[in-house]
Design a protein around this ligand. Structure first.
Ligand code: PGA
Length: 253
């Protein structure tokens, strides 16, 4: 069975002390994970080392960076490279979140390069994609998401594609309290898996985890995660609340 993942996207929230407390509370709950289940905390850069040591003794709990740069190294003041992340043993990196695409003009092409930098450094990308409201209203979300996958991922050989975790995050559902229905999520996830199957064959497509993101909370996680093609969630707001996130973890298949 492919991995089922509850990923917390903390975004630009929490002081260092709050971050430590939040991790202590969630890890202190001692929620055991099955062999195919994982919990990933995507924390701000300054907290990665601390968070990595917090999860070090836990089974199947990991950290992620929220971004990295598309160049290997050099005169890019303020940026963080994949090699730097590897050097502090960060196993995952979120890439292409819609907030980065919107506020920092990240293009599909730039994201293809970021994907490559991560894979060169043995970091698994959590690649985000998803359509804005106008696209959903026009009914063209399937081809919109297909283009995102094609332009950022399909240069990869089969051996690399299975390192990718995909997060489908319809932009109209992020931070809005408006969740895609389980049926809408399942429909898109099945569509994405069929595109992956056409490119890489059904066996590989079946092994790629596709997470849903956009107003996932304790109250809807179970229903979303029970969809056959939904392999967990990328959770923003609710991941900052201990009880909410604990329930979300327990909702994994
Ligand atoms: P949300 O954010 O859960 O607050 O909607 C999800 C995300 O942006 O990853």
């Amino acid at each position: 069975m492919r991995k089922q993942i509850a990923a917390a996207n903390w975004k630009m929230n929490c002081t260092y002390q709050q971050a430590e407390n939040l991790l202590d509370e969630i890890l202190g709950a001692g929620i055991g994970l099955g062999a195919q289940q994982e919990v990933v905390f995507a924390v701000p850069f300054p907290y990665l080392i601390m968070a990595n040591s917090e999860v070090a003794d836990e089974t199947n709990y990991f950290v992620a960076a929220q971004n990295c740069y598309n160049k290997k190294s050099g005169a890019y003041t303020g940026e963080v490279s994949a090699e730097m992340l590897q050097s502090i043993k960060v196993p995952y990196c979120v890439l292409g979140h819609s907030e980065r695409r919107e506020y920092f003009q990240e293009s599909n092409q730039m994201l293809a390069e970021k994907i490559d930098r991560c894979l060169e450094n043995d970091i698994s990308p959590i690649f985000c994609c998803g359509e804005p409201l106008q696209v959903r209203e026009a009914g063209t979300q399937n081809s919109f998401v297909e283009t995102q996958l094609r332009e950022s991922l399909f240069h990869l050989p089969a051996a690399s594609i299975t390192r990718i975790v995909i997060a489908y995050e319809p932009i109209w559902a992020i931070g809005t309290g408006k969740t895609a229905s389980a049926a809408q999520a399942q429909e898109m996830h099945a569509h994405m898996r069929s595109i992956l199957a056409k490119q890489y064959g059904p066996m590989l497509a079946n092994n790629i985890s596709i997470l849903y993101g956009g107003s996932v909370k304790a109250a809807n996680a179970k229903e979303l995660f029970s969809c056959p093609d939904v392999d967990g969630g990328l959770v923003g707001g609710a991941s900052l609340q201990t009880e909410e996130f604990k329930t979300i973890i327990k909702s994994l298949k």
